[in-house]
Ligand binder design. Structure first.
Ligand code: AMP
Length: 454
């Protein structure tokens, strides 16, 4: 049913309007306020159908805008402020979005024809509200990831897929208080927002470790390792923490062991899935003493998962229908999505065996090195660039090195400064080195080993 998701969240608001729906830092909103403001904004948004870019960082207004888009039949494009404005413009164009809501204090970025500042947004909250519309854009949201063509890649996710995901995620994430860490522009945030609001829970967003009485917490394994370095991440400080769900990259068995040592009675879920299939599609509850590699699935999936020529292939309701142009859609074929992940199913368990090629992962974020290279090549003074990911031994990139050939005098620091205006921080190289030429192998390909030794 098209309007099922907003209808169910608004029904929660009817039942317990005073309950806190959302908290970020010192600001919070109740279910009643969330429903009232998003229905009012929904009235304003319902006059058009194109996707809406929401630009900001985790404020309550951001959540109101998400729900308002779903109420008014529009698809939202979440953009965290860590994404430079020039990149937001690049991703808005192919999606057809011509409206941007700026949820932070201050002036709008001035990149789309219709922009609402936070002040103007708040004025919309006094309109008379609407009920969720029953038809509109089939997509709930579009998430952008790094793209191999040198441009960000737009993944539209249908409402049907989102509902399918919520039905699956419900058994892992339906506590009364949930803490989320992922930026809203990262698809892992979907696991924070929707299962919590559908179950009538309180969603607390944080940029650091969870601090208060939370029941569940979703993060990448990299972030879990950071939490475990803190002496505040303990059972005494988080007495009600019952579930930690990790997703987005390999969960090392020793990280799991450390969590079990720190929290005697905790449920640790290793969830797997690409943004193309709505957040995650399979999950495994890690047991104390499990050895590496940990499985990523136990046979109960949100979708059909199979292995084709060693590659994980996903089909079913959660799968997107393909990227927004100008990206190639070769991975979407045979009625499903070829993930580019190598895997096997052994004794009913799904195992991730590494990437076939393509993007690398860094702190859980997906990076196509060709996109970073392409942005560096566009800087005046750079004639060519190659990036190399330095593996961390746990299946992702510890750092990224960029090798550049210059046509004019420009320093690595200047290149980095210019690049920071074009790319989010996680895509920036840690080191930029100038080289006179790229070494080649005898068959004329780039000799990456020799390049790395330079
Ligand atoms: P993203 O679309 O950014 O969430 O990245 C999806 C990719 O992250 C997958 O295709 C995998 O390569 C990787 N990934 C996600 N979850 C896991 C996991 N539990 N273990 C290993 N790799 C994972």
């Amino acid at each position: 049913m098209y309007d099922e998701l907003p209808v169910r969240i608004l029904a929660n608001a009817e039942r317990f309007p005073a309950r806190t729906a959302y908290v970020f830092e010192d600001r919070s909103i109740s279910y009643g306020q969330l429903a009232e403001y998003s229905r009012s904004l929904g009235y304003y948004l319902s006059k058009d159908r194109s996707p809406v870019v929401i630009y900001g960082h985790k404020s309550p207004e951001f959540i109101i805008c998400i729900l308002a888009c779903l109420i008014s039949g529009r698809c939202y494009i979440p953009c965290d402020t860590s994404i430079p404005v020039s990149r937001v413009k690049k991703l808005a164009n192919p999606s057809g979005a011509d409206m941007l809501i700026f949820t932070e204090e201050g002036d709008c970025p001035g990149i789309l024809s219709c922009e609402l500042s936070r002040k103007e947004l708040r004025e919309c909250f006094s309109h008379e509200g609407i009920s969720p519309v029953t038809s509109g854009d089939e997509n709930a949201y579009i998430i952008f990831t790094s793209g191999s063509t040198g441009d960000p890649k737009g993944i539209p996710v249908r409402r049907e897929s989102l509902m399918n995901f919520c039905g699956y995620a419900d058994s892992f994430l339906s506590g009364a208080v949930h803490t989320g860490h992922a930026l809203f522009s990262f698809d892992l945030s979907v696991a924070d927002i929707f299962p919590t609001l559908l179950s009538g829970g309180t969603l607390i967003e944080t940029d650091g470790i969870p601090l208060s009485d939370t029941d569940s917490f979703v993060c990448t394994p990299t972030f879990l390792r950071l939490c475990l370095l803190s002496d505040r991440f303990t059972e005494i400080n988080l007495p009600s923490l019952k579930t930690v769900l990790c997703c987005g990259e390999v969960l090392p068995a020793d990280t799991a062991e450390k969590l079990f040592e720190r929290f005697g009675d905790i449920r640790l879920i290793n969830a797997y899935g690409p943004a193309e299939c709505c957040c995650f599609v399979s999950a495994y509850e890690v047991k104390k003493g499990d050895n590496a590699p940990l499985p990523v699935g136990n046979g109960k999936n949100a979708c059909n998962i199979g292995i084709r020529n060693g590659e994980i292939f996903i089909s079913g309701a959660s799968v997107s229908r393909g990227y927004i142009s100008p990206c190639g859609n070769d991975s979407f074929r045979d009625g499903g999505y070829y993930t580019g992940d190598m895997g096997e199913i052994r004794d009913g368990m799904l195992y991730f065996l590494g990437r076939k090629g393509g993007f690398v992962k860094r702190s859980g974020y997906r990076i196509e090195l060709s996109e970073t290279e392409s942005e560096i090549r566009q800087i005046n003074g750079v004639s060519d660039c190659i990036c190399i990911a330095v593996p961390d031994g746990m299946g992702q990139a510890r750092s990224i090195k960029a090798f550049v050939i210059l046509s004019e005098d420009i320093s690595p620091v200047q290149i980095k400064q210019q690049l920071a205006l074009r790319l989010p921080a996680y895509m920036l190289p840690n080191a930029i080195k100038t080289v006179p030429y790229f070494p080649l192998t005898p068959n004329g390909k780039i000799d990456y080993k020799a390049l790395d030794d330079k």
